[in-house]
Every structure is written in C-alpha cells, then in structure tokens.
Write a protein that binds this ligand. Structure first.
Ligand code: 6GU
Length: 243
C-alpha cells in the first residue's frame, strides 16, 4: 500500500513515520509513505502557496496553481503504478468511519491532499474532483493530523501489518451492530484496593468469554447505544457497572 501526502508541512509526519506501527510496516515493505511539499511546486518569486479570499473574510486559501501542479506531478509518477485515489482533507468532507476505512484499504495507492489556513480555492476541487474526507465534526488547523489518522486506520488493515495474535476483524466498529471492547486487566491482581474480577483469574474459558460478552454489551448500552440495532436498545440503562 502506497500513501502520498501532499502538504505544506511534511515535517509534521517525521515522528509518526519513525516511531509507530507504521514504521514496522514500512520496514517490512508492506507500506510506503511519500511526502511532497506543495511549496516545491510554487513558481512564484517568494514560493507563495496561499492567498487572500476574493470577497474578503479571514485567513488564506491554498492557491490553485501549485496545488494542482503538485497533485498532477504526483499522480503521474511512473514508479507509483497508477494515479491512485485522491483524498482531500477538509471538514466539509464525508465523515470517516470504519466501513469507509475498509473501502480505502482496498486501494493500492492513496493520495492525501492536506489543506491549511481557511481551505482550498474551489477550483482545486472542481478540477481534481477529489473525494473530500473529514475525520469528524470539529475543526482542525490543517489536514495533516487527519491524513495521519487515515493512514493509521488504513495501514492496520493491510494483511501482515498486525501481529498474528491480533485480528482487525475483531475490532469495534468493523461491522454494524458490534459492541465496544470489554474491560481488560493485567498485573498486579490488586492495585490501590481495586481487584481484577475473579472470573478472569479462574482459568474457566467459557466463563471468561461470557463475562467479556456481558461487559462489552453493558458498556455499549451505557456509552454508545447509538451503535446498537434499535430493537436491542434498552430505554432504561442499568446502573453502570462497567469501567
Ligand atoms: Cl480533514 N481537516 C480539518 N482542517 N479539520 C477537520 C478535518 C479535516 N476533519 C475534521 N476536522
């Protein structure tokens, strides 16, 4: 899986690329991330990439010429094996969720176009026809954190990236109607007066499975009843015994 990130701030990605599970995926040739600085495509004397909006208003917009030149150059890279799927990171976009992540993971190549300032000149969108993606209903200062979020969520679905012991198919949100994860404990058995539930120490695998299922169902009902099919939502949630 190949990711191309188009940004004014490629440095933001350096720690993420060298410190995370993504680094392991890159080292094992399961993923590659190519950073492209939009500023390198500015033909202006001062390498400008942004300008004030016509009609007035706050902030600066990404200019069409360097942005589109950068996208077209990256799309046309003959070593990349095809133009890939172009994503524009913007709070106006389609909201990311796990089914969308699973769909993105089918693509061999994603281009992630990050905006800064107040956004993009509309002609960038009109000409490039990107998929506009948002990671949630709040406003970030730029698309970089959103791009990292997408890469992080997509790369863990790439076969071989997660260890054998972990299955992304077990993840919360990986299909509709799934519960949140159950509570988990490690050593010590007691900490500041809080004991690990006895059943988890029992060695009784069936009892453990039942406890986990019950705990997951309770937490989901308490916290995220919106994830449950309407029919199984209780109107009167029980007292919260979950953590
Ligand atoms: Cl993709 N960009 C920005 N600037 N803010 C956001 C976002 C993206 N998704 C949620 N908020």
């Amino acid at each position: 899986m190949r990711f191309d990130v188009l940004t004014l701030f490629p440095e933001i990605f350096s720690g993420y690329l060298t410190q995370s599970l993504l680094k392991l995926a890159i080292d094992r040739d399961l993923a590659s991330v190519h950073l492209h600085n939009l500023r390198d495509y500015s033909k202006g004397k001062h390498k400008e990439v942004d300008d004030r909006p016509f009609g007035g208003g706050p902030g600066m917009l990404l200019k069409p010429e360097p942005t589109i030149d950068c996208v077209e150059a990256v799309q046309a890279d003959p070593s990349a094996g095809g133009p890939g799927r172009l994503l524009m990171l913007t709070p106006q976009g389609r909201r990311l969720d796990q089914p969308y992540v699973e769909d993105l993971a089918q693509s061999p190549r994603l281009l992630l176009l990050c905006g800064r300032y107040e956004g993009f000149d509309q002609r960038i969108t009109d000409l490039l026809q990107p998929e506009e993606v948002s990671i949630g209903d709040y406003v970030l200062n730029g698309g970089e954190v959103a791009a990292m979020t997408i890469i992080d969520a997509v790369v863990r679905l790439e076969p071989g990236v997660l260890g054998d012991e972990t299955s992304s198919q077990e993840d919360t949100f990986s299909r509709a109607g799934r519960n949140l994860e159950y509570a988990q404990y490690t050593r010590p058995r007691e900490y500041r007066g809080l004991a690990v539930p006895e059943v988890l120490l029992s060695g009784d695998h069936e009892a453990i499975a039942r406890w986990r299922e019950q705990n997951a169902a309770e937490r989901t009902q308490q916290r995220r009843a919106d994830l449950l099919p309407a029919a199984s939502r209780s109107d009167q949630p029980a007292a919260d015994t979950t953590n």
